[in-house]
Design a binder for this molecule. Sequence first.
Ligand SMILES: Nc1ncnc2c1ncn2[C@@H]1O[C@H](COP(=O)(O)OP(=O)(O)OP(=O)(O)O)[C@@H](O)[C@H]1O
Length: 334
Amino acid sequence: MTNSTVTDDTAAERIDPDETAAADDATAADGTASRTEPTTAIDQSATADTTTTGESEERTDPAWRTYSFPGDPVLSAESLDVWYGDDHALRDISIEIPERSVTALIGPSGCGKSTFLRCLNRMNDRIKSARIEGTVSFDGENVYADGTNLVELRKRVGMVFQHPNPFPKSIRANVAYGPRKHGDIERGLVPKLLGRDEREKEDELVERCLRDAALWDEVKDRLDDNALGLSGGQQQRLCIARCLATDPEVILMDEPASALDPIATAKIEDLIEELAEEYTVVVVTHNMQQAARVSDQTAVFLTGGELVEYGDTDQIFENPESQRVEDYVTGKFG
Ligand SMILES: Nc1ncnc2c1ncn2[C@@H]1O[C@H](COP(=O)(O)OP(=O)(O)OP(=O)(O)O)[C@@H](O)[C@H]1O
């Protein structure tokens, strides 16, 4: 199946997606049904692959990218290709991501990790030169199908970015932003005058999300202070709380700790592990130790937009199949 998000393909302009848009797009809903069905995995063994790109002439084996796990995948990509103008950023990516776990995406700069992450909730739609072929499925539905409700998709598949991007509003208003914007918490005059319930509902939501983001104790006495007065690490946890307020099933994180100091980074890493008890987390990181610490499974992208190996994190770091992956995870390049 082919889908295109192109409206203007004139140049491979480098523009970042509007990072506040994920919060803007989000609305409330729920849905974190657990699954216990039998093991599934994409079977790629029938298509022997002799691709030789990147750092050496290594022959890759499709079996290296086949990862078996119990239950159905919550997210998957099949034969996914992405171009920015003429730049072929992702090549024939097929992958299945299990729910309620942490999947790390690692690889050298420019190998397409962020591009892949942005495909999962169609944030690449915001990049005019981007063109996409293949299928990305969330809960069994192709997110690139005509008629997909992007607001709903980005609510269910939320996103946290590299640089904390709170709105210049109070801590409370940041968390309540998505539900307020989309009418899940009424803030009009009549509800304000009559709707004590709405205020209580909002207070409960703000507290729950800040607790889940491990920030409540630090901010509970200053909920009406401007969020920009928080430290970088606190701002990032606030952005995670804002993401949680729309009740997502999946949280995509693009290098969420790379702008933070080691203590703030450790808090985010702890949080990622806690979140995976309830949410499916997909995290892009340059930090190999971080991937090894927080993730259950790891996908390694290498130069040329190729997914070379995907598997259990311990296996990827201790006993990878690919020589290039071994060289990468042991720091020989990248
Ligand atoms: N908005 C964009 N416009 C044009 N080209 C882009 C855009 N975003 C990424 N690219 C190109 O796509 C390729 C993959 O980039 P991407 O940012 O996905 O890689 P990455 O692995 O996440 O890199 P990094 O680790 O440096 O963030 C690169 O060649 C990059 O220059």
